[in-house]
Structures are given as structure tokens and as C-alpha cells.
Design a protein around this ligand. Structure first.
Ligand code: FES
Length: 65
């Protein structure tokens, strides 16, 4: 079985590839948005996402000048 891989991107996004359960602190599953890349979950690590905890690409507005 392939291990789950978590990649921290320079932009701040956190890419998770592999089986993972996403839940809130009460254990309630958090529904995932449609995946741009099937099998890869992208979480926001920059703090600017409008769809937190998911990355929505807003980090691009804060890294491009
Ligand atoms: S890391 Fe992409 S919106 Fe925060």
C-alpha cells in the first residue's frame, strides 16, 4: 500500500495525496469540494482562502507582485 504523501508548497498550500479522512474537532466529516486533480486534496496554509480549510488559489494574489 502506497503511503499518503503530504507536500508543503512554497505558496503555502498543502497537497495531500492518498487516503485521508478530513473532519472537524468533533469528528464530523468535512465535505470536500470537487477535486481539480482527482485523488489530491489541497488545504490552505496561507490563511487567505475564502473556502478554508481548502486552498482556492487565493494565495496567488498574495505571492504575485
Ligand atoms: S494556500 Fe492556497 S489559498 Fe491559501
Amino acid at each position: 500500500m502506497k503511503p499518503t504523501t503530504i507536500t508543503i508548497k512554497p505558496s503555502g498550500s498543502i497537497s495531500i495525496e492518498g487516503d485521508v479522512v478530513l473532519q472537524d474537532r468533533d469528528g464530523t466529516p468535512i465535505p470536500r469540494p470537487p477535486e481539480k486533480h482527482p485523488g489530491i486534496l489541497k488545504l490552505c496554509g496561507c490563511g487567505h482562502s475564502k473556502t478554508a480549510p481548502f486552498c482556492d488559489g487565493t494565495h496567488n494574489e498574495h505571492t504575485k507582485r
